[in-house]
Design a protein around this ligand. Structure first.
Ligand code: EPZ
Length: 434
């Protein structure tokens, strides 16, 4: 159990979220800046000694964890309100703290920038997590292609390269993190780098735009082929990251799951086109205004088939939340998870509520039933936790969610936002069973 869990889990106290279901969500909810864009941009700030200012970022657990990793490296950070300024003047590329890097996989995104700027880096191996082993082989292979000497020993990886040199890299899988690490490393390499079969997620595009704002030269972002012309140095910038498409999608799904009427924004609606298509298929009515989206739905939804894919396919991060909306749909939905090998940790918990779900390898058969009842539930990871809240909102009766700290990794004030939409939800510290 990492120390963040210890911090949050007071002795004899568990942070619980209690939901009394059956109320349709109605109203408007504000979308935060994207967690999965903020984290790589924070890491990329290591590429320059100049100040980098990121206005309006959400103070999520994961953002705070990466901020602490950067501070452990010697980076100065200043938070004022929702704005974060990062200045990587004096940096020790060997000082990444193991307990923080193991807590959050995205911390590994410091490897590329540290190596590119300082020629050396010592980074703890990130832990696996509930949704799979999550190796880093594609990160290492790409950095080696750029000329890095990579040594792994006793839980750390040590990288050395006096100067990275541009290379042609083919990614066996369009890994988001590997693409991001290589984009950052190539930005200070000598010459041109081509990354083929690159990730096309909007957060990767945002990182590329940020690198260009620093004076980098990244082309082709959002396509499978990225071209990067390495620079001798990069300068500072002020940069506003994109809205969080996964947070936005979660609230749209919650609106559909409760037969509600919810407006979500600001958002770049093209970033969640796959979700909007699936919600329409399920019978919801979507008003897409580009920078906000309104969803209305009658209960029950209609069963649909969903297959998660790298962008521009259906996002794996919304697989669990959407399943939670389909457990009360009319008919049987077929959900296939192709990105992670173990992203059905929410299924046993949904079954405790009466959901009829059969798992066969990477496929889940979800047969909708109106008899979904509140239950005591336990979260296993960030998006599974969101799914359990959505299921509880649509269920009859009361649900109590433990391990609710997972939500705080990626959802800013979730219970306040749902409460403002009319949900009967509260967070309390209930003493553990004796
Ligand atoms: C990013 O994780 C996101 N996290 C994840 O969101 C998201 O689920 C994932 O991309 C896929 O979209 C952040 O951006 C901080 P990957 P990442 O590398 O980069 C395999 C959330 O809930 N793989 O694209 O770790 C890997 O095992 C989080 O916000 C390798 O085999 O994802 C997985 O099966 C969860 N070797 C698949 O690729 C590697 O070297 C996708 O992983 C790297 C990855």
């Amino acid at each position: 159990m990492s120390d963040s869990d210890t911090q949050v889990r007071q002795v004899g106290q568990l942070p619980e979220i209690i939901v009394r279901g059956g109320r349709p969500l109605r109203g408007e909810v504000e979308v935060e800046a994207s967690k999965n864009a903020t984290l790589p941009v924070m890491a990329a700030a290591l590429l320059t000694a100049d100040p980098v200012t990121l206005p309006g970022i959400p103070w999520l657990h994961d953002v705070d964890t990466l901020r602490r990793v950067l501070m452990s490296l010697g980076v100065s950070t200043e938070r004022s309100g929702r704005d974060l300024t990062v200045e990587a003047r004096e940096v020790d590329p060997f000082a990444a703290p193991e307990h923080l890097v193991r807590r959050m996989r995205a911390s590994f995104l410091i490897a590329g920038p540290l190596l590119a700027r300082f020629g050396v880096a010592r980074v703890p191996l990130p832990g696996g997590c509930a949704i799979g082993s999550r190796p880093i082989d594609l990160h290492l292979k790409g950095l080696q292609a750029l000329g890095a000497d990579v040594q792994s020993n006793s839980g750390y990886i040590e990288f050395r390269a006096p100067r990275l040199r541009g290379a042609n890299i083919y990614l066996d899988f369009p890994s988001v993190g590997a693409t991001e690490n290589l984009l950052m490393a190539a930005s200070l390499a000598d010459g041109w780098t081509v990354v083929e079969n690159a990730a096309q997620e909007p957060e990767v595009v945002d990182l590329a735009n940020f690198l260009n704002a620093l004076g980098g030269e990244v082309r082709g972002a959002g396509t499978p082929e990225l071209r990067v012309h390495g620079q001798d140095r990069l300068h500072g910038a002020t940069y506003q990251v994109i809205p969080d498409r996964i947070e936005a999608g979660t609230y749209l799904i919650a609106g559909a799951a409760t037969g509600g009427d919810v407006v979500v924004g600001p958002i770049v609606s093209e970033h969640i086109r796959p979700l909007l298509a699936k919600l329409r298929e399920a019978g919801a009515v979507i008003e897409d205004a580009g920078d906000y989206v309104r969803i209305t739905a009658e209960e029950p939804l209609q069963a649909i088939d969903v297959k998660t894919m790298p962008h521009p396919g259906f996002p794996t991060d919304l697989q669990a939340p959407l399943m939670a909306a389909l457990i009360r749909a009319q008919g049987t939905s077929v959900i296939t998870e192709t990105v992670f090998e173990n992203r059905y940790m929410h299924v046993p918990e949904l079954r405790r509520m009466g959901a009829d779900i059969k798992i066969d390898g990477r496929t889940a058969l979800v047969t909708g039933t109106p008899h979904i009842m509140g239950a005591n539930l336990r979260a296993s990871d960030l998006r599974a936790a969101a799914a359990l809240v959505i299921a509880a909102l649509g269920a009859k009766g009361t649900s109590e969610l433990s391990e609710a700290f997972h939500l705080d990794r990626g959802y800013y004030r979730l219970e306040d936002k749902l409460g403002s939409l009319g949900a009967d939800i509260e967070r309390c510290r209930c003493s553990e069973e004796p």
